[in-house]
Every structure is written in structure tokens, then in C-alpha cells.
Design a binder for this molecule. Sequence first.
Ligand SMILES: Nc1ncnc2c1ncn2[C@@H]1O[C@H](COP(=O)(O)OS(=O)(=O)O)[C@@H](OP(=O)(O)O)[C@H]1O
Length: 292
Amino acid sequence: MFTEYFKYKGISFPQIIYSEQVLQMVENNFQVRDDDIFNVTYQKSGTVWMLEILSLIRSNGDPTWCQTVPNWDRAPWFETVLGYRIALTNKSPRIISSHLPAHLFAKSFFKSKAKIIYTVRNPKDVLVSLYHFASMFRPYKDPGTLDQFLDVFLKGDVPFGSWFDHVKGWMNLKDKENFFFITYEELQEDLRGSIVRICQFLGKDLDDAAIDSVVANASFGAMKSNKMSNFSLSPRFLMNQKKSPFLRKGDQEQGISGDWKNHLTTAQSECFDLVYQERKRELNLTFPWDKE
Ligand SMILES: Nc1ncnc2c1ncn2[C@@H]1O[C@H](COP(=O)(O)OS(=O)(=O)O)[C@@H](OP(=O)(O)O)[C@H]1O
């Protein structure tokens, strides 16, 4: 029962943390405010990292908020039953996280001046990260073997649907001035420069010391040791981090790009590439990992 999924408009959602009623309210009733900032991703693409960066920028580099309030209260996932209520009561300017595909997103956003930051990650790394996450996040189905999971991932038969559909749906907005697109790999490559670009997009003028503090407090090591950011306060019935920690792989400074190479066989990688090359034509975009 706990790991059953239900479908909403063709997309799978796990029971308990999501409900059809809340998904309908998000889409049709949620009142987006012009100063809202949305942190949108396909799952396992750097959501909590961007959440931390946005929290720190909102606080002008002061880490107190990040060190005293859990990330799910600072920037709730508004499509979850709990997150919806938190989002309604949070004070402006709100930061709101979401994994929803564009066609299920709050309709009022599209008539607002609110901003979206959309973070994309190499889908092979997303696959590997999600595979580990599915083994420790109790509302998700057991992923089985990596071979089995590769198959369901490529078919999009996972919560939030296909990575390809998600990216395609959101990247339709890429020329809008209230939409900012960045990759996990760019954050890894140049965190400081990425934060400066994000500040420019948000119209936030942080001095050098404040930017340095955002960089330091959003590092992999700082987040891994911050109980407000590492989900160690999450109820045990939801997550078993002994199986796989939420901040799974990285060192003091950085997380990991290209971990898929440690997990996928050549045959699995080639199988992924076949679907990727075919579906990428619809996207008409080049990502950092395409140049490898
Ligand atoms: N600060 C920082 N630096 C680099 N990488 C980071 C950071 N914070 C989180 N992560 C990594 O992001 C992965 C989790 O993705 P999400 O936050 O999108 O997960 S979720 O969808 O919200 O459950 C997960 O990736 P993997 O380690 O590859 O599994 C996290 O380790």
C-alpha cells in the first residue's frame, strides 16, 4: 500500500505524500505571487543544492536561516500534501520547489512575473542518483536491479514521468525573461560564477563577502553536515539513509558529475544513448555532457 503509485494526468505519483486533490489545487487554485521564486527540477538534478543557494541569496549570505529551518519549510515542494500548506503560509518573497512537469504546473504562474530557475543534470547521473534514492525513500517502489531500473527510467515509468518530457516541457520557456536555465554541471564547474548569474537574474545585489558565504555554505560538505539540509530530521518511515545517504557522493567541496561511469556497463550506457540520441532531437539543445 505504502509504495503504490497513482496516476494524475498520465504521470505517476507515490501515495501518502501526494494526492490528486492537492495536485488539482496546485494546478488550478494556487495563487502565484509576482515575487515568488520557483526552484524547478526533474528529481535528482540538484534541487536541494539550488534550494540552499536560493535560501542563502535571500538571506544576503547569512547562513542562520539555513542552519535553523529545515529545507522543506524554507522552500516547500508545493505539489506535496504537506508542502502545499507550507507554501500557502510562507511569507514573501517565497522560494518554492517543484518537480512537476510544465503541463501540471500552477496555471497562475504563466500570468505572473514570478521567476523560475530550472536546473538540469546529465540524465545518466540522474538515473544513478534516482536508483540509489529509490532504494532508501520508502514511498518509492523498490528499483530492482539497475538493468530493470534503466528500462523503467527510459520509458518514463517513474514518479514525475520521463526526464525527456520534463526537460522538453520546461525548455519551451527558455526564451522568457522570467525563466533561468542552468545545469548541475555548471554549478560544479563554477559555483561562484553561477551564483553571480543567479543573483543577476533575481535582481539581488550581494557584495563579495556575501557571495563567498553563499559558496561556502552551499558546498557539498557544508550541506552534508547541516541537519537542516541533509534530511537527517526527516521521519524514519520516509527515508532510510543507512541504505543510501541523501547527499550520496561527494567530498567537502563538491558533489559528483559522471558517477554513471562507475555504475553503467558499456551495454547499459549504449542502450541509454540510443534513446537519448533519438529523444534529444526533439529538444534541439546542447548540454555540457554532450561534448564529452
Ligand atoms: N551541495 C551539493 N553539491 C553537489 N551535489 C549536491 C549538493 N547537494 C546535493 N547534491 C546532490 O544532488 C543529488 C540530489 O538531487 P535532488 O536534490 O534534486 O534530489 S530530490 O529530487 O530533491 O530528491 C544527489 O546526487 P548524488 O550524490 O549523485 O546521488 C546529491 O548528492
